[in-house]
Ligand binder design. Sequence first.
Ligand SMILES: [Zn+2]
Ligand SMILES: [Zn+2]
Length: 426
Amino acid sequence: MSSDKTQEMPRALDAAIALGTSGPVCFECLGRLLAKRGRGLTNEERGRALRLLLALEGREEMAGTCWICGDVFRNLDRWVDEAAERVVGFEFDTYLFGARLSVRLAEMEAFVKEEFGVGSSESVKHAFNRALGMRFDQCFPTTTVAFKNPDVSFLVDLEAETMSMHVASIYLYGRYRKLERGIPQTKWPCRKCRGRGCEVCSGTGLQYTESVEGWIAAAFIDASGAEGARFHGAGREDIDALMLGSGRPFVLELVAPRRRSLDLEALSQETNRKAAGRVETTPLRVVERGMVEHVKETKARKRYRARVSFGQDVSELALKDALSFLQGAIAQRTPQRVAHRRSDKVRLRQLYEITGKRIDDRVAELELETEGGLYVKELISGDDGRSEPSLSGRLGVPARVTALDVIHVEGPGDDFGSMDLPQAQL
Ligand SMILES: [Zn+2]
Ligand SMILES: [Zn+2]
C-alpha cells in the first residue's frame, strides 16, 4: 500500500510543478492538489512548501489573482464574519458550511481536475467549506461542525456572492387530548379573507379563535423565540369531536428557534394549566425530524364512542343484528362534507369491532374500533349510499351521529400518567 503512494509521488509532484507554473495560483489551490499528503498540514501550508520548492528550482511565482479559484480563499473572513453576525441571538451547538460554486469556478475546477488532477486532490468546494468551518470554529470554540442535522447551516453562493443561514427546526413529540368540542386541531385561516384579517374574523385572520395547535404551541414559541410552529398530527378528529383516552400523537415543529435548551416539562405544564378544560398534552420530548413522517403516515387504529339518534324507533334486536352485520370491510366514497378538499374516490377501511346499546327507542350509544381513515359519521348515516354497508342502510332507518369522541389512538408510547380520564360531554 505504501509502495503505491511512493510510486505515485513523482507524478503528484510533477503535477504540482505543472500547476504551479501555469499562471498565478494561490497557496490553497496549489496545496489542495496534494491534499491528504503530509499529515497535519493545511492546504495553505502544502501550497507554501510547494511554492518554496519551485522557487529553489528557480521558478518564480506569478503575481495576480488565482486563475483557478479567483481568490475565493482570500475572502474567507468576509463569509465567516457574516456568519458570525447572522448567528447572533441564536443558541446552537452544531453548524455546517456549504457552498454553491459559481459557474466559472465549477468549470475551472473540472478543467484542473482533468489537466492536473491526481488521486489525492481535494475539490475546491470541500476545501472551501472546510476552511470556512475551521475559521468559524475559532470564533465559536464551544460549538462543533456536524454533517448531519446541524443546528445552523450557512450556504455561501459564490455566483450571487451572498450567504444564507438556515436554523434547524426543533421537533417535539407528544399526545394531546381535546376536552371541549368545537376546537379544530390546527389553525384555520378565515374563509372570507384567507388569513389577511377582516371584519368577519375581527382581524385575527382565523376561522376559529382557538385550536389545539394554538393552545399547545404558544408557550413553546414564546420560550424558544421561534418564528412560528407547524403542527403535525397523526390524523385529526372532527372539530365537534372530543379526543380522549391516551390522546392523539403529534409532532410540534418549532421553526427557526432562537433558544434550543428548553425546559420541556415546565412548558408542558404551563400549557396544560393555561388550556385547562380544553386541551392537554403529555410532556413533550425532542425527537428527530423523521418522526413527522412517521406520525403523519400512521394509519393508526382508533377507538371511538358515538351517540347516535334514529329517525324511527329501533328495537334492541334490530340494533344487535345491524352492528354484527357491519363488522368487517367498509367501502367509503369520499364523504360529501369533505369532498371539496379531498379527491373523490372509494376507500376500503376495516371496522374491527362495533358494540352498543340503546339509551331509548331512538338513541343508542356505540363503541367502535376502526382502521385509521374510516369515516365514522358516514358509517352511521350512509352518506346517501356513499358508505357501504352503513348502520342506517342495514336498519332501513335514518341514523346520525350526535356526539363523537375518539377514546384511543394507537401510536408511539407516552402517556398522561396518573391524570384522570375525563368524562365525555354527551
Ligand atoms: Zn486559488
Ligand atoms: Zn377574515
